[in-house]
Design a protein. Structure first.
Length: 343
């Protein structure tokens, strides 16, 4: 079933569709703070593995220094540098960047969610960032979902947060990562790596094969939002019984993962899962590089960001019991002529 979809919000049940759209697309009631930290944990393949960690959070502060991303290299306009967080225990969203990306790749979404009261935690996946060798080995496929679990373990030391009901969002290779974290199971035939020279099989051994067989489900994750996710072949039918709802986002003109998008949806369609197709969107429409990197996309970056912001926030609110947001995810109201909802 295909529906043109739109925007909703945490508004009363008596709200009109326009109220819902306006609420979800507008900045929330909080200013946004940012801090950079780090997480160290023992991976089975890398004892003392250290991740740079970016954190966005709501704050009631009204002034302060401007934050800067990437160890201070990029000014974050409108984001405050490590102010006091808003009082109370805050809900958590965790974000996984794409292949050779970095923690702040989709800062437009992180700041929007933080303004609505969420802590957004995004690690650099060490060994697979913009500044690392582009060669991927088998280990990084296993370490990526473990990185996110390690961040969730460490977060209560950073902020007053609730990690019992977390949404995991990921772009590209990060989309694969959140599928794994959400409980997708691996295709046993793929794990055999017979004659396979792909990066996934490049350093496969018994311990890694066992880890993939066991899977990386983190029960703290109650929803995933994979955006332009790749590597569907690693799961095959293993996403059919995904134990958490997925809000899959794809770009119509994505040159990198179009087959993956269709293959994922073939196993997800029906049930609690939804797919948002951004018309005219390329692979980078879900990152700050929309309209900057040439990926064949034609969508206006601001409109693409608005669509992603609205649907991601609607999913968070629906999971918290907001009936208006749930209605939006079922097809009413319309968010944009450039967004198609499938369910």
């Amino acid at each position: 079933m295909i529906l043109l979809l739109g925007c909703a919000g945490g508004t009363p049940d008596t709200a009109t569709p326009s109220d819902i759209v306006a609420d979800l697309e507008a900045p929330g009631p909080y200013a946004v703070g940012y801090r950079q930290s780090s997480v160290t944990y023992d991976s089975a393949w890398e004892p003392g593995r250290t991740l740079r960690l970016a954190l966005w959070f709501p704050t009631e502060a009204t002034s302060g220094g401007t934050a800067a991303y990437l160890d201070g290299a990029v000014d974050a306009e409108g984001v405050l540098d490590d102010p006091p967080p808003a009082p109370g225990t805050l809900p958590v969203v965790i974000f996984s960047h794409g292949y050779q990306g970095y923690a702040e790749n989709s800062s437009f979404l992180a700041t929007h969610l933080a303004s609505h009261g969420y802590v957004v935690a995004a690690p650099d996946h060490t060994g697979d960032t913009t500044f690392d060798d582009p060669e991927r080995t088998t280990e990084i496929y296993a370490q990526r979902p473990q990185d996110l679990s390690a961040v969730l373990d460490a977060l209560p030391d950073e902020l007053d947060v609730d990690t019992t009901a977390v949404t995991a969002i990921g772009h590209s290779f990060g989309g694969y990562t959140v599928f794994a974290l959400g409980g997708a199971t691996y295709d046993p035939s793929v794990l055999l790596c017979k004659g396979d020279t792909s990066s996934f099989c490049s350093t496969m051994d018994v311990s890694l094969s066992s880890a993939f067989t066991q899977g990386f489900r983190d029960t703290r994750v109650i929803r995933i939002v994979p955006m332009a996710a790749g590597d569907q072949v690693l799961f095959g039918a293993g996403t059919e019984a995904l134990p958490v709802p997925a809000l899959q986002m794809t770009g119509e003109l994505d040159p990198g993962t179009p087959a993956d998008g269709e293959a994922y949806w073939a196993t997800l369609s029906g049930g609690p899962h939804r797919r948002v197709q951004l018309l005219g969107a390329g692979h980078q429409a879900f990152t700050d590089f929309s309209g900057v990197l040439d990926d064949g996309g034609t969508i206006d970056p601001a409109e693409g960001f608005r669509i992603v912001d609205v649907y991601a926030l609607a999913a968070l609110r629906a999971d918290a019991g907001d009936s208006a947001a749930s209605t939006l995810l079922n097809g009413d109201p319309t968010v944009s002529e450039a967004a198609i909802l499938l369910r």
